[in-house]
Design a protein around this ligand. Structure first.
Ligand SMILES: NC(=O)c1ccc[n+]([C@@H]2O[C@H](COP(=O)([O-])OP(=O)(O)OC[C@H]3O[C@@H](n4cnc5c(N)ncnc54)[C@H](OP(=O)(O)O)[C@@H]3O)[C@@H](O)[C@H]2O)c1
Length: 263
């Protein structure tokens, strides 16, 4: 029997490229899934695409307190609670940091860091009380290797990696597990046309969302602590941690090429 059968899962970013594929795989495992996104229309479309299986559509902005309350309320109404939270929602800018507006810096941090932390805090008391729970944070290779022109996004993913590690250690004597899983670039609408053009010119590896989703769901099932997807990116993560100067040199040329494409 699948380890996820009847598991009650909150999936943020469900209406996105990776999230939609994660939802499909979770349903195939027999899970009960709360699909979170801001647009009711997109959620209805996703539910129709997913077909049979137990889902509940939760139209909520995770950056608002009302939105986070709606998520837990709807999960309680539909399934009596929740066992797993997968923080997938995210936004990104490809720009020179010096030109990025204060509002966008705040929005990226609100969406990618503060909201997932606050949603995690909201679900934790119930998970601790029921003696069962799992927080899964979707990070990025950029959360281990600071990338030029993605400075704010990179910083937000570094924060989520730190949050995941610290929380995992804080909860190690409880029944609540914490997973951080970091894909490399993925072919979704998160990446603008400019990013796709840059990626093509610098020959950046880009994965299909269904392949990435499969690895994320595998990490959910195995309750991995930390996982870095894709080779050689997963090796560069290690090299950057020990010899960042080498990566400075290795990426200098690529960064110059990428600069031509930023908005
Ligand atoms: N694509 C990549 O290259 C890549 C690489 C590594 C890591 N990742 C990470 O993977 C995750 C998913 O990315 P993706 O490529 O699937 O992105 P995507 O296709 O752009 O989807 C983003 C999702 O986030 C949701 N979202 C954004 N702001 C929200 C808010 N305030 N409240 C609720 N939901 C919100 C969107 O929902 P609505 O717009 O429908 O509300 C959508 O479901 C992100 O954390 C991203 O950083 C992506």
């Amino acid at each position: 029997m699948s380890k996820l059968k009847k598991e009650r899962i909150i999936l943020t970013g469900a209406t996105g490229g990776i999230g939609g594929e994660i939802a499909r795989l979770l349903l195939a495992e027999g899970a009960q899934v709360g699909l979170v996104g801001r647009s009711q229309e997109k959620l209805q479309h996703l539910q129709a695409k997913l077909g049979s299986g137990s889902t509940t559509a939760i139209a909520a902005d995770i950056t608002t307190s009302d939105g986070r309350q709606k998520i837990v309320d709807q999960m309680r109404d539909a399934y009596g609670g929740y066992d797993i939270l997968i923080n997938t929602a995210g936004i990104m800018d490809f720009t020179a940091f010096v030109n990025q507006s204060d509002e966008r810096i705040e929005a990226v941090f609100q969406t990618n860091v503060i909201a997932p932390m606050q949603l995690t805090k909201k679900v934790l008391p119930y998970m601790l009380k029921q003696n069962k729970g799992h927080i899964v944070n979707v990070g990025s290779t950029f959360g281990s290797i600071g990338f030029a022109w993605f400075t704010t996004y990179s910083t937000s993913k570094f924060a989520m990696r730190g949050f995941s590690q610290a929380l995992r250690r804080e909860l190690c004597d409880t029944a609540v597990k914490v997973t951080y899983v970091a894909p490399r670039a993925v072919k979704t609408a998160l990446n603008s046309t400019a990013v796709y053009k840059m990626a093509e010119e610098v020959k950046m590896n880009m994965d299909a969302p269904k392949d990435v989703a499969r690895e994320i769901v595998r990490s959910v099932i195995k309750q991995d602590k930390e996982r870095y997807l894709g080779f050689p990116e997963s090796l560069f993560v290690r090299i950057n941690a020990i010899f960042p100067g080498l990566v400075d040199k290795a990426t200098r040329g690529q960064n110059k090429v990428a600069k031509k494409h930023i908005s």
